[in-house]
Design a protein around this ligand. Structure first.
Ligand code: ZN
Length: 284
């Protein structure tokens, strides 16, 4: 179920996120001097749309956009790097995938990248590049890529007390790498979450973003099988999960180069997750 998104709540939620990351409204809007509220020194970026929190402020979860508002699809790319994989990167393993990003640019496919803080620290130039390119939006995939539930594909787990800090640390790393406006969207490592983890992240202002189409690109060696899975799975409003890690998802660039023209032929328009969340405004 998708909770109803409300713009006013969204603004409050983003402010809450900002408060968690830096100073957000330290004096409160009511105490602002009137002159300051009427003088715009520089245009501030539009508030990203988010879903309204659930009961008790529970972190909302987004899985896909509306099915009846046209053929839109959002490709999401997880930039995974687990906290303990530094030595593997130092030994030459590539957790980045510049060829894939180049393909997305050549094909003009807007996309949302869920980046771990650890990845941003390993590849700061690429993180900054993505963070400054309006074709992409960069969102949070935790700092450590440790699991937020007990049993999640063998990933090490984050203590319940450390969940919030792990998400905040990722935002700090993204900003330090040069991503100026990371989105208030969080993807749980492995997509694993439960009520406890949603509660632990309450008040941060993030919308948890899952998906409705698993591309199957992780550890895939058969690009054709991944292509088929994506094409069979996509429906209007779909969110597709893919990866931008060469070592763990070596076929993804080929998959994208095949799937994108085919989906366009079928009438699909590529959008970022924020647009689907925005479309969800007022739904259900
Ligand atoms: Zn991941």
């Amino acid at each position: 179920m998708i909770p109803v998104a409300r713009r006013i709540t969204a603004v409050g939620a983003v402010c809450a996120l900002g408060a968690a990351l830096a100073a957000c409204g330290t004096s409160g809007p009511a105490r602002q001097a009137p002159a300051r509220s009427t003088v715009s020194v520089s245009p501030s970026p539009a508030r990203p749309p988010v879903l309204a929190p659930g009961p008790g402020g529970l972190t909302p979860v987004f899985e896909h956009g509306p099915r009846t508002r046209g053929k839109t699809v959002a490709f999401t790319f997880d930039a995974d790097m687990t906290a303990d994989q530094g030595p593997r990167a130092a030994a030459g393993e590539h957790f980045d995938n510049p060829g894939l990003i180049a393909a997305l640019r050549a094909l003009k496919v807007p996309a949302t990248v869920f980046m771990t803080g650890r990845w941003a620290e390993q590849y700061p130039a690429e993180a900054r590049d993505l963070g400054h390119d309006p074709q992409f939006e960069v969102a949070n995939h935790s700092w450590s890529h440790y699991a937020f539930t007990a049993d999640c594909y063998g990933l090490p787990t984050v203590d319940a007390d450390g969940m919030r800090a792990d998400v905040q640390r990722a935002y700090t790393s993204l900003r330090a790498a040069g991503v100026p406006h990371a989105m208030p969207y969080f993807r749980f490592p492995g997509g694993c979450y439960d009520q406890r983890s949603l509660r632990r992240l309450s008040g941060l202002g993030v919308t948890a973003v899952q998906w409705d189409v698993v591309s199957g690109d992780a550890f895939a060696t058969d690009a054709d099988a991944v292509v088929k899975q994506v094409l069979d799975g996509v429906k209007p409003g779909s969110v597709v999960v893919l990866h931008c890690t060469r070592s763990a998802a070596p076929t993804t660039e080929r998959v994208v180069r095949t799937v994108v023209p085919e989906l366009r032929k079928r009438g699909y328009r590529f959008v970022k997750v924020s647009e689907l969340i925005d479309q969800a405004d007022g739904q259900r």
